[in-house]
Design a protein around this ligand. Structure first.
Ligand code: SF4
Length: 317
């Protein structure tokens, strides 16, 4: 299948009074048309920074240090700000976390959709806007009268669907969903994910789902990348990663998932994620890793392919 998005050696830093902090280190992956790819990891592992970097939305004190992002053959780092602005939403769109903050509180939903269309020169002919918005809202399971409502009149799940409606209004090739169900209850989470999955299939778009809820992500994606301390440490098809996780961190993440058959206490991961400005030498996971060996404290493991479509960054995988 065609590769629609390719990320190569992406590095992102944030300036800090004590020196620059590398938030994303040498991240590479690609996404095929129609594929669902997940990026999972603890808070601060760099996954949301990657999402913003793909859209070139990293603002100072952050910056993209190096690497490239190719979307349908276009190198995004070579585009002007104007070209990039036109490409956002039209070709690569974001479903943000925290829909209440993402939606404009003083504009009705229809006006916000119209804004997005007008900004990209895609405003329907006079009289067609109402039908267009109705159609869009119907696609995400919202009734037509939501068009006339303000964000504060909608429930959390409805606001998130409105964000999905805006994200798909120009039929993008890639949708980045950054923790789209955070702060929603589990029933609404499932409904929002089902909506996202349905519109993604209708559009044939590829999706990058960013989050820390392994259970939710595992039910949605085809392939999963695990982030730790700014690096991708394992990438594999979802069935493979659930069946046979290779990296000790991935193994512990999966062991910490609740199971209907499981009895007794769930196992957490001991210790805390390291501070990015003070990473341990060698493998950044070694202070928490039950399999750490002397080599792990000195030598950083590189990502290497250990099976078909499975890459792992551990000396002993
Ligand atoms: Fe653990 Fe060593 Fe593998 Fe790092 S390289 S995950 S410390 S075994």
């Amino acid at each position: 299948m065609t590769v629609v998005l390719r990320v190569a050696n992406l590095c992102v830093s944030y300036d800090h009074p004590r020196g620059a902090v590398r938030a994303v280190e040498d991240v590479s992956f690609s996404l095929r048309a129609g594929e669902r790819f997940g990026l999972a990891g603890e808070s601060g592992s760099g996954k949301s920074t990657i999402a913003l970097a793909l859209l070139r939305l990293i603002k100072p004190p952050g910056r993209i240090d190096s690497g490239s992002v190719w979307l349908d053959g276009a190198n995004l780092s070579e585009l002007s700000e104007d070209e990039m602005r036109r490409l956002r939403l039209a070709s690569i769109a974001l479903v943000p976390q925290g829909s209440m903050n993402a939606l404009n509180p003083v504009l009705r939903i229809q006006e916000q959709i119209a804004d997005a269309l007008a900004d990209h020169g895609a405003m329907p002919l006079a009289g067609a806007l109402d039908a267009n918005v109705r159609d869009l809202l119907g696609h995400v399971g919202l009734p037509a009268d939501v068009a006339r409502m303000y964000p504060h009149e909608l429930s959390g799940g409805m606001k998130q669907r409105a964000c999905i409606a805006i994200a798909i209004c120009l039929r993008p090739r890639v949708i980045i969903a950054d923790e789209p169900t955070s702060a929603l209850d589990v029933v609404v989470q499932r409904q929002v994910m089902a909506t996202l999955g349905r519109v993604q299939q209708e559009l044939g778009a590829a999706v990058i789902l960013v989050g820390h809820d392994m259970g939710l992500i595992a039910q949605f994606v085809d392939r999963l990348g695990i982030m730790y301390a700014g690096r991708l440490i394992e990438v594999a098809p979802i069935a493979e990663i659930i069946r046979a996780p290779r990296h000790p961190y991935t193994q512990m993440l999966i062991a910490s998932l609740p199971s209907l058959r499981g009895k007794g206490m769930m196992q957490g991961i001991p210790g805390l994620a390291p501070l990015l400005r003070d990473l341990p030498p060698g493998c950044a996971f070694h202070p928490r890793c039950p399999r750490a060996a002397p080599r792990c404290r000195e030598e950083r493991p590189e990502l290497r392919e250990v099976a078909d479509g499975v890459v792992v960054g551990c000396h002993f995988a």
